[in-house]
Design a protein around this ligand. Structure first.
Ligand code: ZN
Length: 213
């Protein structure tokens, strides 16, 4: 097997598969942008961890790595940009999965997908009710399917071309893997990541992760 391309984080210098890192690149105007698709050209890579992003911004590591002068950016703004790109990408993936008929949406359909062992990933909307979230998390844990939180109800519905949705099950392993790896790009605090398990562990563990939060 060919090993995946590795890159080093500009902050902690850890070498990791490229797809686990966030790629930052320069756009006109001397601003940074975030690329989740592993684009081409000169890019700087950073771990999806608050500590690494914070250090990279404070020490101006992106400018050093990209060999340019950058407009100042705060770590909050950079994390906001990452969350926005992640939301957009997740919505696009869910739209594709829907067209391929690889999603079930709404509580009943999600529960049915779980019952028929076809759910590969369960998503709750970030603004789903506490009740609904608790129910799905426990359901996911029972059947050892990964559970995550992403987008708002309106956005989930829009991604699926319909009314607001509190939850979605992705029923195809490839789409599920793609959505999970995009959601892994949301910066987390170290303690959260460790409590939740390894970033690279895409195995079926129910774990909390919010696009906003
Ligand atoms: Zn790092």
């Amino acid at each position: 097997m060919v090993s995946p391309p590795f890159r080093s984080c500009v902050a902690c210098r850890t070498s990791r598969p490229k797809r686990e890192l966030i790629r930052v690149h320069l756009v006109p105007g001397g601003r940074l942008d975030v690329d989740l698709g592993g684009g081409s050209g000169r890019g700087a890579y950073v771990c999806p961890r608050h500590a690494c992003l914070d250090q990279a911004v404070k020490r101006d590591e992106f400018a050093r790595c990209l060999k340019v002068t950058l407009a100042p950016i705060t770590v909050e703004a950079l994390e906001g940009l990452i969350r926005e790109r992640v939301s957009r990408k997740v919505a696009a993936l869910l739209g594709l999965a829907r067209r391929a008929r690889k999603v079930a949406s709404g509580t009943e359909a999600v529960e049915s997908a779980v019952k028929h062992h076809s759910a590969r990933l369960i998503l709750s909307a970030a603004d789903a009710s506490a009740n609904s979230v608790a129910k799905l998390r426990s359901l996911a844990a029972q059947v050892d399917v990964r559970w995550m939180q992403a987008l708002g109800k309106e956005e989930l519905g829009a991604a699926l071309g319909g009314a607001p949705r509190a939850c979605v099950a992705v029923t195809d392993p490839h789409f599920a893997g793609a959505v999970m790896s995009v959601l892994e790009k949301i910066p987390v605090k170290m303690e959260t990541r460790e409590a939740a398990g390894q970033a690279t562990d895409l195995g079926g563990r129910a774990e909390p992760r919010k696009v906003w939060g």
